[in-house]
Design a protein around this ligand. Structure first.
Ligand SMILES: C[S@@+](CC[C@H](N)C(=O)[O-])C[C@H]1O[C@@H](n2cnc3c(N)ncnc32)[C@H](O)[C@@H]1O
Length: 541
């Protein structure tokens, strides 16, 4: 799941200003720097505030433009400005929320150490940002159906146990349509509110492993990771009726439905797709890992590793548990650990999440807080962002496809010279004009240079070159479409969960390819119109 954003720099002076700075440690520093410069900004910008309400709005706009770029991820950066039609347009839901909340944090930190006069101004800025978050979130939300008549006795037991042991939850657990259980807000939750707070002592991490009888055996195995050791620990702990986490284990499903459990029919449906490769490779990796550990461990230490608890099926179950439910948490000692977190593991993922910043133990309270980046009303499901994952990753490791258009569903394109580019659904772009066609500029520029290295591309004199570029893309994507085959017809026969997911995946990919083809056709039409205009002008002399 997603790590915390590493940026932020604050300097406050008497004139009341905030400094937004792109961190030099940002792995995308050069690219972001270039983009900032193209918009007239530097990597470090001081924003001064005056006591004028209009100035607040204007300045926040500028701050947002900078914060958006600072918070871009690799995919957003690649597709850059292609997806936006005006400087006020957001790059993506994730980016916008992260940019807004990062400004909010900066303002709140500044207010903390300011004079009373400055505090008033910062309060105005704070309120203005909250309004912007409300407006943005209101236009971008998706709520599932909550199934109220499905009993949640085990989940309620766990919640009660948690609250008795220091967990603070402003959530209840309920079944939701097509996603198992989910976390529902018990009350209206505002931006900054902690929907859930878990004491570090209730987090399942490698610390527990060290106290167990298997640690002294496992630590002698060369190259074994702490994640694998913990996974083996959980396989046994699940059956321990004296376990501190017994109520947590009781809420876990008997079987997980991730890509690792895909049957033959679903795999066959996926053949020729990248997801097929991903699933096969991931499965092979697990088999190799299992075969390296078992049955040796059971034979040498049957009391510690009872063979009936360490079958391949149980191992696969534990892998699916850890892949689909664990979170990476930064502890107060600065170590990042993969953990299972009771109750927090009921949060489902959304492309329009409420919680984006999490994963760091608050050293003041020694607890993990899940604070909201956008409001969640009582009765609504409260969503997390698991990370910027494609549908194929989410199917393989989590077993679902999120609702909405996933901006991380991309087709990687590798060319003969080793250059890599990517394409995603062109409906995510709002720039369908000539020379753009909804397609990514880095890819178009690369293809233009391949065709004609010396021509300056964006002039009408190059229309023929441009036409060839689109025809090449058309050829490439027609091929991809053929590989995906025709859409499966719903014949009314009950389909298994894995075949349904495989079908959904192929439908998503067909949709993306089809959007690229449509954009190419539309682009070719535009170019032909321009070409005929040019020819007419030539004839007229
Ligand atoms: C951390 S758990 C979340 C709680 C889970 N729904 C449960 O009942 O235990 C992750 C799993 O929840 C499901 N899930 C999460 N987000 C989902 C979504 N947006 N749509 C469908 N299923 C989702 C997937 O099965 C995933 O592997």
């Amino acid at each position: 799941m997603e790590p915390l954003s590493p940026y932020e720099a604050l300097e406050l002076d008497n004139d009341c200003s905030i400094v937004l700075e792109l961190s030099k440690d940002d792995p995308l520093f050069e690219k972001k720097m270039k983009l900032l410069q193209s918009k007239g900004f530097n990597s470090k910008e001081r924003i001064n505030f005056k006591r004028d309400p209009d100035f607040v709005t204007i300045t926040l706009k500028v701050m947002l433009q900078i914060a958006r770029i600072i918070n871009l991820d690799e995919v957003e950066l690649y597709f850059g400005d292609d997806g936006i039609s005006s400087p006020d347009d957001p790059y993506s839901h994730r980016n916008e929320l992260q940019a807004l909340t990062s400004i909010l944090r900066l303002i709140d930190i500044s207010a903390y150490s300011s004079t009373q006069m400055q505090k008033d101004l910062f309060q105005k800025l704070h309120d203005a940002i909250i309004d912007m978050i409300h407006t943005f979130a209101g236009n971008n939300s998706m709520q599932p159906t909550i199934i109220e008549n499905h009993h949640c006795d085990k989940e309620n037991d766990l919640l009660k146990w948690g609250e008795q042991n220091g967990i603070r939850a402003r959530l209840r657990i309920a079944y939701v349509k097509d996603a198992g259980r989910g976390a529902i807000a018990r009350e209206d939750l505002k931006v900054g509110d902690a929907a859930l707070e878990i004491p570090a002592s209730l987090i399942i991490s490698e610390e527990l492993l060290r106290e167990s009888d298997m640690y002294h055996v496992l630590k002698k195995i060369e190259g074994i990771s702490s994640e694998t050791m913990l996974l083996l620990w959980s396989m046994k702990e699940k059956h321990n009726c004296n376990s501190k986490f017994k109520k947590y284990f009781a809420t876990l499903p008997e079987e997980f439905h991730t890509g690792f459990s895909f049957g033959l029919e679903a795999k066959m449906a996926l053949s020729d797709t990248l997801l097929f490769e991903e699933i096969i490779q991931a499965n092979n990796h697990l088999h190799t890992q299992y075969d390296g550990l078992f049955p040796i461990l059971c034979k040498e230490h049957p009391d510690i590793f009872p063979p009936e608890l360490y079958t391949w099926e149980q191992f696969l179950w534990a892998c699916e548990l850890w892949y689909s439910n664990s979170m990476k948490i930064m502890f107060a000692d600065g170590k990042l650990r993969t953990c299972l977190i009771p109750i927090a593991s009921f949060f489902n993922h959304s492309l329009y999440p409420h919680i984006v910043h999490y994963g760091r133990i608050d050293s003041a309270t020694n607890s993990l807080k899940f604070c909201l980046s956008r409001p969640c009303s009582a009765g609504e499901e409260c969503f997390l962002s698991y990370g910027n994952f494609s549908s194929s990753h989410l199917i393989t490791f989590y077993g679902f496809v999120p609702k909405g258009h996933n901006p991380y569903d991309i087709f990687p394109l590798e060319f003969e010279d080793g250059t890599c580019h990517m394409v995603r659904a062109t409906w995510l772009s709002r720039n369908n004009h000539i020379f753009h066609y909804g397609l990514p500029t880095p890819l178009l520029d690369y293809l233009r240079r391949l065709k004609s290295p010396i021509l300056n591309t964006k002039t009408l004199g190059n229309l023929e070159n441009e036409l060839e570029v689109l025809e090449d893309l058309l050829f490439m994507f027609n091929d991809l479409m053929e590989n995906l085959g025709d859409a499966d017809i719903d014949d009314g026969i009950e389909t298994s969960w894995d075949v349904k997911l495989a079908t959904k995946f192929k439908d998503i990919h067909r949709g993306i390819v089809s959007s690229v083809l449509t954009s190419c056709y539309e682009g070719i039409k535009l170019l032909k119109i321009e070409l005929s205009k040019c020819m007419e002008e030539d004839i007229r002399g």
